[in-house]
Ligand binder design. Sequence first.
Ligand code: ADP
Length: 429
Amino acid sequence: MSTTRRIKLGCIADDFTGATDLANNLVRAGMRVVQTIGVPHGPLDTDADAVVVALKSRTIPPAEAIDQSLVALQWLQEQGAQQIYFKYCSTFDSTATGNIGPVTEALMAALNTPFTIATPAFPDNKRTVFKGYLFAGEGLLNESGMQNHPLTPMTDPNLVRVLQAQTRGKVGLIDHQVVAQGEAAIRARIETLKAEGVAVAIVDAISNADLLRMAPALKDLPLLTAGSGVAIGLPANFGLAPSSEASSLPVARGLRAIVSGSCSVATNQQVLDFIQRGGEALAIDPLRIASGANVAAEALAWAEARVNRGPVLVYSTAEPSAVRAIQGQLGVEEAGAMVERTIATIAHGLVERGVRQLVVAGGETSGACVQALGIAQMRIGPQIDPGVPWCHAVAKGAPEGLHITLKSGNFGTADFFTKAFAQLDTPTA
Ligand code: ADP
């Protein structure tokens, strides 16, 4: 008996938090979305309009990124996907050899399509594209700090040039003048570019209105490549409108906890805010972990004595000077991996002790926790802050599922931890 559920949109994201960002935008525009961690082994076992397959392919060798993306494509096609969306970072993070270009061309070949678009524009996050140039915040990409990124330094803001260096096919531009005229003009421009032998067109967008104007013209393309911005206009192409049903999750039950391994500015503020409101909080010391103390067991004993009374926070979050001192003693990678492992063990232990509403702060920390909890897929729920939704997932220790939110680095307002739980108290969450 075939129980395959038919999805509408199939998405392949080149990293984990980027996948959630895309899923969040699709949910807000009316799709029911499931995010999977890697490519699932069997058919989708739940109803969804879109599935976002989260890969970790942004900076791996191009051949491996292609292989993983093609496996994801095949799975999405088997689930009935009518259109494929390759999602990358809104700062177009890539090296001179990829992986945006090579993966795009491999997907085009597999889908047998001669043309696609590329736009990282995400105006809500201050990423705009004008005349093919990518702006991050008030300035050009190569003046935004991204020129110093350790893995994917972006030194050229001209996306036509950047992508052309990564592709065999010709790269062109659909500029803002055309986008501003709407669907018919964009469709006409696509036909002209195709006739000129252009395989991929960078598309300008400086506002959400541009993205919404663009969407109807993209309806018939088998493949789209973009940041998460283009997603805001796509559900309407499938006849879907924003609805609370799209983001509905089961009623939240169980105990509440926060684990934080993020040392970003925003997370430091969030930890402080939680403590100042009188929240129960325990700092864990990386040096004690390094000395062999069973910090996870200690933290779980501490939490067990308190978590029945209200949310508890366990954190390694520290100010930059403290983090540098730890890194100086233990090494950057060592310290990171050790803290991640400890926090992931604590997260799993908390779930085993009845926590069913879990906030995780930190991108890498989230990856470690999701792995420790054996989470294979998450249903995406309502947004707490831009880019950060509540999710629901079956996990080790919670076969009936738990509510989890994965907050990367600088996301969220200062009161994020308090706000997140308050949102689950309201019936619409
Ligand atoms: P963010 O999303 O803010 O970048 P991540 O979880 O991705 O957060 O990265 C933070 C990294 O710092 C992780 O590897 C984490 O284990 C490590 N870390 C956390 N706390 C400390 C600390 N006190 N000292 C040194 N490293 C730490």
